[in-house]
Design a binder for this molecule. Sequence first.
Ligand SMILES: [Zn+2]
Length: 438
Amino acid sequence: MSKPKKNKIFVLALDGTPFSFLQKMIASGKMPHLAQLAKKGDFRRMESVVPPVSSVAWASFLTGKKPQQHGILSFTERNPATMDWYTPDAKQLKCKTLPEILSERGKRVFIMNVPATYPPKKINGVSICGFLGNDLLKGTYPAGEGKILQKKGYRIDADTSLAKSDFPAFLQDLKSVLEKRIEIMWHYFNQEKWDFFMAHIMETDRLHHFTWEFMATGNAHFVELYDRFYGRLDKLIGEIIKKIDDNTALMLLSDHGFTTLKKEVYLNNWLWQNNYLRFTKPIPQSLHDIHPESKAYALYPGRIFINLKGREKNGRVEQGGEYELLRTEIKNRLLELREPGAHERIINKVFLWEDLYGRAPLDFADKHSFSDYADLIAIAQEGNDLKGVLWNKDLFAKTVFNGMHTFDDAFVLLNGGVFSKENLAIPDLAPDILKIVQ
Ligand SMILES: [Zn+2]
């Protein structure tokens, strides 16, 4: 008998779960359902995007495009004309998303908690916003769902501020947000008709940011915590396997990997120490407090903007020769950055924007994209987190965060479909999903 053809898909997203970590969990028998799925399906390491930030990577998943094509380039942006900060969200997306494309094809869609889905798009189905959406009442399509969800005690995210003040309360909050998310997911699973069903778990990323180092260095208490947390997710995977029908493919994926955060590196402090950046106040609060004589400033993560005449509000660096010389100088000096007395470099690579995004005529014609591109994009050696905070009294610090994102250790697992590429990156998945949901 031939296998039934898959024409629907269930996607479970585990934010920031590394391929290498899941391999270990499988090998040690701690995630039996995942192991069963990995054996039957195609389980692979996958690349994220640069920078490997959740909103940028999930926008690439949703659109099947690279960041310079879909328009969300990082977590924070500035409008160079006003020097106001803003956080890019679904309004910035320049391409259609999977739920929109499938809706246009008459398919039914359910999507829940995926970053970069706020504000929600009009689709043939239900959309519940994820990270970057901070108002559930405005975060759903149809609009009325938000109120119902709020009444049921559903939340977009756990309270991460608790991690700094009361760690046991933070863990408790993570668990209750996760349990409620799973409960609501099954509610829609049972109630909705769908061809594409996607649920996103953010709690993995939240756990990792505050505890990864403890787990990775073998602290028994935290190893056990991860075993329990991922054991709960494995149980969920088992339930999904049991409940989906023979026509449904199953995809699991993450958007980036994770590693131990060795130290935070405050690039604006480095620019200030090296006389590229000055402020009009002793402790600057916003980009408005940058002195007009400044030559450069940084935004998270590792994105350096030249204070360019004709682009930035108080731009002073001339376009052309002065701009190119300054870029080269900052690039070369950053590559030599080390902690005092240390041999190892902090920065692994520095891209010029055209190295990363390409000088495609389309990009140039689109003035908006061009002005959003950082002039230099620094990539740190693993474990160094390049912060964008405007003011920090020290260049290096270690805070409550002890895990950080990585580019090359995301994962994807597909059961009931085929990948069209050998080496996968997160923008490659949408076309394969569109081939399944016919
Ligand atoms: Zn994260």
